[in-house]
Design a protein around this ligand. Structure first.
Ligand code: NFS
Length: 515
């Protein structure tokens, strides 16, 4: 139906080619004398900025975007709960040796609310004609990584666990096949699960047995982990959810919501409802939630709209065969429910070779089979996973709660960081000495890159499988791979070929004292 109406989905739009210069971070769009393409180290921008400065500034601005999203998430939650910022948060949450190091380097925000100022200052220093020292710009990128980790992911996860309880391990279902033709389907999509939680509470009531609540993206991953609500799709499949023709309402909150959803909904009967005041989409209903009471009221309203809209459904069955697939998954792990002592013992006794965190988006530009790469390593390694990559592992039936552990949405990457911290403590080592790796094979968003910088600040090596504004011929790529370790004892590296990384890991292990 979408095709008939000349509405495209991501599966068609992906044929648009990305700009190879921009992809490598070599395009500067910061002032109007450009955009300047600094394709070699000999070329400077019109203002005189070198390639190193331009690439560094582009990465810093990207990470600032991601950090603002995660910090906004925590900030919205505090407002929702009418709570104040906790004091000395980073000091309380981080390992003391790292806090000492970061303080020495001057990259830990200390004053109340200073982290928002730091995001703003990162944008300031990367405007035209301010910071021309690429090493200093990269130091700021590490600072934003720390802010992203603590004032974003740690705080958001902690607040969610406080209000909605910590997830517990359980089984659930995942993939497009969880959409039911004989029920009223309501999809929740986005990242801040306040409204989604109110919907979960509503559908548990006996008069709402006709509702099938399903999740999309990280709001979906959050209610999957906490309540076992089936997860229909990750980022790439969000349009496919609508295109089944059997979704009565899709309620979206914030982040990773394709603007194309509104056009697509027009081809079907689906009502698209935006629920966060920062996210408005033309031709949709807008019901912003403010607190628990308004979330409860809006949840009831959404159910009423969905029920009324059921009669407008034109499709009797989900047409596309693959949409009927679904997989059983084990989900809902936290550092409290993972067998940490057992894992630490196995690492000490070399019974397993380490832990790999598989995180981030699932970029449709990446064609390599990273899932089979992880499968091949699963004899020797344990995997902790979140977000869209966790969905992909689930689609392949790998989320078994034995080798592959699902830890929730993207802000819940703090659970991976906390697991690393506790296992290192049990082994009486610093995080950086442990055989840990973060692998983000298919990044899309600014958030994914910010998360990478957070883990690097903890001393964990970080792998990206798609160029995030770097290419191997730049000083910045060399800095991230070779210079970063001087202070942080970690590296951020690019490897687009699973086979090459597999050989390297098989040969060297995860380069640590456990080698
Ligand atoms: Ni995180 Fe990627 Fe978006 Fe969630 Fe998916 S695209 S960085 S996993 S939904 S944030």
């Amino acid at each position: 139906m979408a095709k008939k109406n000349k509405i495209t989905t991501i599966h068609e739009r992906i044929s648009l080619q990305p700009c190879p210069i921009g992809l490598q971070g070599k395009c500067c769009k910061i002032c109007l004398m450009g955009p300047c393409r600094v394709v070699s180290k000999d070329i400077k921008g019109v203002c005189g900025a070198s390639q190193d400065v331009i690439v560094a500034r582009n990465i810093l601005r990207f990470v600032a975007g991601g950090t603002s999203a995660h910090c906004g998430h925590a900030f919205h939650f505090l407002n929702y709960l009418k709570k104040k910022y906790p004091k000395d948060y980073i000091k309380k949450k981080s390992p003391h040796y790292l806090y000492k190091l970061w303080s020495k380097l001057g990259i830990v925000p200390k004053i109340h609310f200073e982290h928002f100022k730091d995001i703003s200052e990162a944008l300031h220093l990367s405007t035209m004609g301010v910071d021309a020292d690429y090493q200093d710009i990269m130091k700021w990128t590490m600072k934003l990584g720390i802010i992203d980790g603590y004032y974003g992911m740690y705080l958001a996860t902690e607040l969610e666990d406080f209000v909605f309880n910590k997830p517990k391990p359980k089984t659930a279902e995942l993939d497009l096949g969880v959409i039911k033709t004989d029920k009223i389907n309501i999809a929740v999509h986005g990242h801040e699960p306040m409204l989604a939680e109110s919907l979960v509470a509503e559908i548990k009531k006996p008069n709402n047995k006709d509702i099938n609540l399903i999740g999309v993206c990280c709001t979906g991953a959050s209610v999957l982990a906490r309540h076992g609500i089936p997860l229909a799709a990750n980022f790439v499949l969000q349009e496919d959810v609508i295109a089944t023709g059997v979704i009565e309402v899709m309620a979206v909150d914030i982040q990773c919501i394709m603007p194309s959803l509104a056009d697509l909904c027009e081809c079907y009967h689906t009502k698209l409802i935006t629920t966060n005041e920062l996210c408005k989409i033309p031709n949709t209903l807008h019901f912003p939630i403010k607190n628990k009471k308004s979330a409860q009221e809006i949840a009831k309203k959404i159910i009423a709209i969905a029920r009324k809209n059921r009669k407008n459904r034109k499709t009797k069955e989900i047409k596309i065969e693959k949409k009927k697939s679904k997989k059983k998954v084990v989900i809902g792990f936290t550092p409290d429910s993972l067998p940490l002592k057992e894992i630490a013992e196995k690492i000490k006794k070399r019974k397993i070779k380490g832990i790999i965190g598989v995180i981030g988006c699932a970029n449709p530009r990446v064609k390599e089979n990273w899932i089979s790469f992880y499968k091949k390593l699963s004899k020797d390694y344990i995997f902790l996973t979140t977000g869209c990559m966790a969905f992909k592992l689930g689609q392949e039936g790998l989320l078994d709660g034995k080798k592959f552990f699902h830890l929730g949405s993207c802000v819940n990457n703090s659970r991976i960081a906390e697991t690393f911290k506790r296992i290192a403590e049990l082994c009486k080592h610093e995080i950086t000495d442990m055989p840990f790796l973060i692998s983000c094979p298919m990044p899309i968003t600014e958030k994914a890159i910010a998360i990478g910088f957070f883990f690097a600040s903890l001393g964990v090596d970080v792998h990206f499988g798609y160029p995030f504004l770097i290419s191997s011929d730049t000083t910045i790529a060399d800095f991230l791979e070779n210079v970063l370790k001087e202070h942080f004892r970690s590296k951020i590296f690019l490897e687009t070929l699973p086979q090459k990384l597999l050989q390297k890991i098989k040969k060297d292990g995860l380069a640590t004292i456990f080698k």
